[in-house]
Design a protein around this ligand. Structure first.
Ligand code: C5P
Length: 317
């Protein structure tokens, strides 16, 4: 049996970097938001043993360094299962694009493998495996709007926003995340921990605001737009080190603003730049305009947690 899973992308609604830790990671605060753009991951289990990764895109490693490989091994161990696992990745999202594609692929492989084996993992085990394999994975075990703290692996589901229109621009630039963190350290001379206090105050004020009030957490905030959060002035610290190196990304930010976006930001360490729009029609129009300017622009929407899980498994796949 082959199980087909949509591996959805994420964007970051603000990302604040703290000090370099002794373990080589940085503390950070971010809000992750899943969006409808996705790769497709097919998982099958047959007789025998071993894990095989297949991907037609030469930029995706098919050896042990692939996060899907590492997750699949951990899932087999946790479920005490044996079999020959084949994971096929159909790449649609950019590689090293700041959309979390590799991490999302790995969590999709975990979900697909559980279904193929007909053995579910406990949520806390999923979260542990995801966090062991990479800081960006656990958010995809939750989906929707997710607060990420620690090195990004400590995740807390936030109340969902009504689905919001997004335009994603994905230039042909791969940005190395470890290098971007190193550049941040050089820029801030390792003295950046006050960034986390600052964003803590902003997020805390937003969470208890009348629109997003704590009592509303846990149910959908239909009609209260995501734009409330971005109006707090949240920023992505990576822009300060990535834009000077790739000025074309700053130009793309300007182009999205001119095309009518209500909020524009780099996603993760880039190279993707996204814009939030008030309506789907405005997003589609902006994507068309940017495409005519020679940019790779796609109109899409954010996904609520419920939509994320409903659309995750491809029926009949
Ligand atoms: O967690 P992951 O393996 O994806 O992280 C890759 C690299 O990115 C780490 O080895 C580290 O250099 C950097 N990183 C960091 N701080 C984080 C997350 C990642 O410095 N919070």
């Amino acid at each position: 049996m082959t199980v087909t899973v949509r591996a959805f992308a994420k964007i970051n609604l603000g990302l604040y970097i703290g000090a370099l830790r002794e373990d080589g990671y940085h503390d950070l605060h971010t809000v992750y938001q899943t969006i409808a753009l996705h790769d497709v991951v097919r998982v099958s289990v047959g007789r025998g043993t071993g894990i095989e990764i297949q991907c037609a895109d030469p930029r995706v490693p098919c050896d042990k360094s692939n996060t899907c490989f590492r997750v699949a091994g951990r899932v087999l161990d946790a479920l005490d299962a044996i079999g020959k696992v084949t994971i096929e990745i159909e790449k649609r999202l950019p590689v090293q694009g700041g959309l979390g594609a590799a991490s999302s692929n790995a969590v999709a492989a975990m979900i697909g493998l559980e279904h193929a084996l007909r053995k579910p993992l406990e949520q806390r085990v999923r979260l542990r495996i995801a966090a062991d394999v990479g800081s960006d994975l656990p958010q995809f075990v939750v989906g929707g709007t997710v607060l990420g703290v620690g090195r990004g692996e400590e995740v807390y589901p936030l109340a969902d926003f009504a689905s919001t229109a997004v335009v994603v621009v994905t230039p042909e630039i791969g940005v190395s995340t470890p290098k971007a963190f190193g550049d941040w350290d050089r820029l801030t001379h390792l003295g950046a921990s006050d960034r986390l206090l600052e964003v803590g105050r902003v997020l805390s004020a937003w969470l208890v605001s009348p629109n997003t009030g704590a009592p509303a957490l846990g149910r959908s905030r239909a009609g209260s737009p995501l734009l409330d959060l971005v109006r707090t002035g949240i920023e992505n610290d990576f822009e300060r080190v990535v834009f000077p190196q790739y000025p074309e990304l700053r130009d793309i930010k300007g182009a999205l603003q001119r095309a009518g976006a209500a909020y524009v930001s780099l996603s993760g360490s880039g190279s993707t730049v996204y814009g939030l729009f008030r309506t789907r029609a405005a997003a589609t129009k902006a994507a068309d305009r940017l495409t005519k300017q020679g940019l790779r622009a796609m109109a899409t929407t954010t996904l609520t947690r419920q939509q994320y899980w409903k659309k995750s498994l491809v029926a009949g796949g």
